[in-house]
Design a protein around this ligand. Structure first.
Ligand code: UDP
Length: 331
């Protein structure tokens, strides 16, 4: 029979793309989401259970009812800035919620999980490209909460035999190339959606945070990775666990960095709109450069990003934003 997967946070940005890719690969997916950030319209015909991560009973019952074989866990708060102001929320939801999910897995005898971790677990002043052996020393509650979960996952393998893969995403971006789903956050703080919003609705709101960094053009450098390449990594991680792989963690990036100014210039070319921006102060907590070494994921999982050149990422994001200027409200 096809493997049954529970996708926590499957109505959100990355989870909804993953669900579709996994279905194409032959898996059956059930979405579990509280719809706080997720969108019902992003759930493309999958069974949807609306519930909280803290509800271990509902989670365990859902796992039993659908005879779940594995879990993918995308459900978390993910904004560095908010985490500085609301650390309790981040610890409670991201760590407490995951503990509850793992408790439910234990009850329902589910022993495989792929977890969405982040490059924010590394912290500042790390050598680039960042390999997985760089010590993790996060500099904000968001990164701390994800690191705590990575540690808990290690403990859950030792104690209960739950096998896990933690995927440390760099900068997720892009959208389904057919424009059916894409990025739509209540509070948008991410660069590419904000650049494209300025293209659609010129309001002189776009700011480049910091133009005096020690980089080629003075703006920050990030490693942007297409959401479909992330989805593909989840597929490879599941296969790895199915084949008896041990608990492990992997960076998901391209090894190539792009500056904020390069992102804006590429968006100008793709949209053919002269997107305006102004120079602004640095944003607190932003490291100048974050670029992954993706060698381990390639060597162990056989994962190679295929849609993550900056132009493809921005073209796909543009297709989504142009056809859904108000996000999922346009569906
Ligand atoms: N950034 C910017 N203007 C914005 C939003 C982001 O200059 O309106 C910069 C930000 O300082 C960082 C990069 O774009 O260097 C990527 O930021 P984003 O919030 O997308 O992702 P992060 O790297 O913080 O996870």
């Amino acid at each position: 029979r096809a493997m049954e997967l529970l996708i926590c946070g499957g109505a959100g940005y990355i989870g909804s793309h993953c669900a579709k890719i996994l279905r194409d690969a032959g898996y059956h997916c059930v979405i579990y989401d509280n719809l706080s950030e997720g969108h019902r319209q992003a759930v493309d015909g999958f069974p949807l259970v609306v519930g909280e991560l803290s509800d271990a009973d509902l989670l365990a019952n859902t796992m039993r009812r659908y005879r779940i074989d594995g879990v993918l866990h995308f459900a978390a708060f993910a904004l560095v800035g908010v985490s500085m102001r609301e650390p309790i929320q981040y610890y409670q939801n991201n760590i407490g919620g995951t503990a509850s999910l793992l408790d439910a897995m234990r009850q329902a005898d589910v022993n495989r999980i792929v977890f969405s971790s982040t490059c924010a677990t590394y912290g500042e002043n790390v050598p680039v490209p960042i390999t997985e052996s760089v010590p993790q020393n996060p500099c904000n509650p968001y990164g701390e909460s994800k690191l705590a979960v990575e540690k808990l996952l290690r403990r859950c393998d030792d104690a209960y035999g739950i096998k896990s893969v933690s995927l440390r995403y760099f900068n997720a971006a892009g959208a389904m190339p057919d424009g059916s789903i894409g990025e739509d956050h209540k509070l948008e703080t991410h660069l590419i959606p904000l650049v494209l919003r300025e293209a659609l609705f010129p309001e002189d709101r776009l700011k480049v945070f910091g133009t005096d960094y020690p980089t080629k053009d003075g703006s920050c450098i990030r490693d942007y990775i297409h959401v479909l390449d992330l989805a593909d990594a989840h597929l490879q991680a599941l296969r790895y666990l199915e084949n008896g792989g041990v608990t492990d963690f992997f960076n998901l990036g391209t090894g190539i960095g792009s500056s904020v100014i390069e992102v804006i210039n590429t968006a100008r070319e793709v949209s053919d709109i002269n997107i305006k921006y102004e120079k602004a102060d640095r944003r607190a907590g932003d490291p100048p450069i974050l670029v992954a070494s993706a060698e381990k994921a390639k060597a162990v999982l056989g994962w190679v990003p295929e849609r993550s050149d900056l132009r493809t990422i921005i073209s796909d994001a543009w297709t989504w934003h142009k056809s859904h200027p108000q996000g999922f409200r346009d569906r």
